[in-house]
Design a protein around this ligand. Structure first.
Ligand SMILES: Nc1ncnc2c1ncn2[C@@H]1O[C@H](COP(=O)(O)OP(=O)(O)OP(=O)(O)O)[C@@H](O)[C@H]1O
Ligand SMILES: Nc1ccn([C@H]2C[C@H](O)[C@@H](COP(=O)(O)O)O2)c(=O)n1
Length: 239
């Protein structure tokens, strides 16, 4: 990327499709920043639970998310999530958070606050791979590269099982992957590609093949002449 050029790579997809691992690897190989927006919803959940906020109380959750002292790194090689002075990088991955995070994701005011924070982080970076559930459609719909990363339910359950070391029962995996997607899909559409969004089905691809396919897509798009310069580019921003 040359100075002054902006390139936003937006990736959405269901749980276990490989968004975090694939996007982190792609960002590392491209020398781009990386934003895990799911980690922001998880940190908000951790904070609300730590503060004893009733997650059914929409207003109380919104107030807590507004004051959330969140710092998230966008370095793909060094992912750290801080809430105030507490490092929650590991804690936000615990099952107790995975099982409650949809309650924050479906809270409209909380969602609006987190979306604004995500847009700021993307704008500050300028060259970034951002992944989640609504990046291609809501957070950065004018990203130059927009991809829906999918995989069959069978592949996603198998991958999540392996990722968790084979310790989870089939029922627990279903709760964490399929049931969470069902709840989250009431807040955003990450099962069908919106207009202009390319589908990358990784069901029969290895991890490296998936990374390579996404990088090819980025190279393909960045070789095309830019039709409409983004707002950031016109302000001369660069990484
Ligand atoms: N193409 C692939 N082939 C095999 N394994 C893969 C592939 N892509 C990702 N994985 C593995 O699947 C697991 C789940 O991937 P990852 O955590 O990146 O998914 P995710 O979409 O970010 O899930 P969530 O939204 O629930 O956080 C990881 O262990 C990852 O290494
Ligand atoms: N852009 C996003 C990102 C995430 N979420 C919600 C949905 C998930 O249940 C939760 C955690 O995400 P994960 O770490 O599993 O990718 O956050 C969302 O609604 N929108």
């Amino acid at each position: 990327m040359s100075d002054g050029q902006r390139l936003i790579i937006a990736v959405d997809g269901p749980s276990g499709s490989g968004k975090s691992s694939v996007c982190r690897a792609v960002a590392g190989q491209l020398g781009a920043a990386y934003l895990d927006t799911g980690a922001m919803y998880r940190a908000a959940t951790w904070y609300c639970l730590a503060q004893g906020v009733d997650l059914d109380d929409e207003q109380a959750v919104a107030v807590a998310v507004e004051e959330l002292p969140l710092k998230i790194s966008t370095d793909p090689e060094h992912q750290v999530v801080m809430v105030g002075s507490t490092d929650v990088t590991g804690a936000i991955r615990e099952t107790r958070i995975s099982e409650r995070v949809s309650e924050i994701a479906t809270n409209r005011p909380a969602r609006a606050l987190l979306i604004s924070a995500q847009r700021r982080l993307i704008d500050e970076s300028g060259y970034i791979v951002a992944e989640g559930r609504d990046i291609t459609t809501v957070v950065a719909p004018d990203a130059q590269v927009r991809v829906l990363l999918t995989a069959s339910a069978e592949a996603r359950l198998r991958r999540r099982g392996l990722q968790l070391g084979g310790t989870e029962t089939a029922e627990a995996l279903k709760r964490q992957v399929i049931d969470r997607d069902t709840r989250d899909s009431t807040a955003s559409n990450f099962t069908e590609a919106a207009d202009g969004v390319a589908v990358l089905d990784s069901s029969d691809l290895t991890f490296q093949e998936t990374v390579d396919t996404l990088i090819q897509r980025v190279h393909q798009v960045s070789a095309e002449p830019l039709s409409t310069p983004s707002a950031g580019a016109s302000r001369g921003e660069s990484r």
